[in-house]
Write a protein that binds this ligand. Structure first.
Ligand code: R5P
Length: 296
């Protein structure tokens, strides 16, 4: 088995190959003057199983196309199986036709990966697990809950764990089972499908003097989290913590979140994170999954 990382790997392949004792495969990558991607395998990969690590952010389309080049070339060169680890899978939120005529983007993306010959797709905390039905092969969605707990345990005291919307219900249920003396609440979120603006329907929850943890899969503009944090601080919450899997923090998102009264923000390191966000390393999760694949 060989392990490699492309430009969106966040360097994870280095620690992983050491931890699972598998060879690191160097891939030459560059951009042509006009911006086109170039990749070249500099070692024979015939008959090998190859793990390719690539998150699809920032610059989702570029990262995706680079991944297609790598998978297709690996297959051309005679790789036996190609396993892609995509810690952050982009386009997952466009998982249905919300408005007539829209592209179902995640379907297109996963159909393409199937077509190009990906044998096994591994991702972390996909927006909706059902979307994996669009991938025609083996797939696995890794649960980040234990990683969240490893950071929050002992830091938050008797917390109220908050799901910004129904989609995060599972997350808060799992987390509250592992954080002592916690309770959870699920808010309702409404998004205007044309303008993208959001509105919350809050439940009157007693957070006076309590720690709060807001949990979400993706933070993009920070609007969702900031909206909830302001509300809960107004209700007297003492500390508001935020934990997410994929911290994209577009533009001023992070300062918006801190201005709303948040004390600390944690994110998995599935994408590059800005200063001010405490990273949660996904390497242990990936080591476990690679070892469980039982590939020699
Ligand atoms: C949407 O349903 C996701 O789970 C997140 O809540 C959303 O992506 C957050 O976006 P933003 O940070 O722009 O409010």
């Amino acid at each position: 088995m060989l392990i490699t990382g492309l430009s969106g790997s966040n360097g994870l392949e280095v620690g992983l190959s050491r931890a699972v004792n598998k060879e690191l495969l160097p891939i030459e990558m560059k951009l042509f003057p006009d911006g086109e991607s170039y990749i070249r395998f500099v070692k024979d990969v015939r008959g090998e199983d190859l793990i390719i690590i690539q998150s699809l952010y920032p610059n989702q389309d570029k990262k995706f196309f680079e991944l297609l080049l790598a998978v297709d070339t690996a297959k051309d060169l005679g790789c036996r199986r190609v396993i892609t680890i995509i810690p952050y899978l982009a386009y997952t939120r466009q998982d249905k036709r919300f408005l007539d005529g829209e592209a179902v983007s995640i379907k297109t993306l996963l159909k393409t990966l199937s077509f190009i010959g990906v044998d096994y797709l591994i991702t972390i905390d996909i927006h909706k697990e059902e979307s994996l039905k669009f991938f025609n092969g083996n797939s696995m969605n890794l649960d980040p809950t234990k990683l969240y707990v490893s950071k929050l345990y002992g830091v938050v005291k008797n917390p109220v764990i908050v799901a910004p919307d129904q989609g995060a219900l599972d997350k808060v249920v799992k987390l509250s089972k592992l954080l002592p003396n916690s309770t959870y609440v699920v808010f309702k979120k409404f998004r205007d499908r044309v303008t993208g603006s959001i509105r919350h329907e809050f439940i009157d929850v007693d957070v006076l003097g309590r720690d709060v943890v807001i949990v979400d899969d993706i933070i993009s503009t920070g609007g969702t989290v900031a909206n909830i944090a302001s509300y809960l601080r107004g209700k007297g919450a003492s500390n508001v913590y935020v934990v997410c899997s994929h911290g994209l923090f577009v533009g001023e998102a992070l300062s918006k979140i801190y201005s709303s009264g948040v004390s600390r923000v944690y994110s998995l390191n599935t994408v590059p994170l800005p200063v001010g966000v405490e990273p949660i390393d996904i390497t242990p999760l990936l080591i476990d999954v690679i070892l469980s694949l039982n590939i020699t």
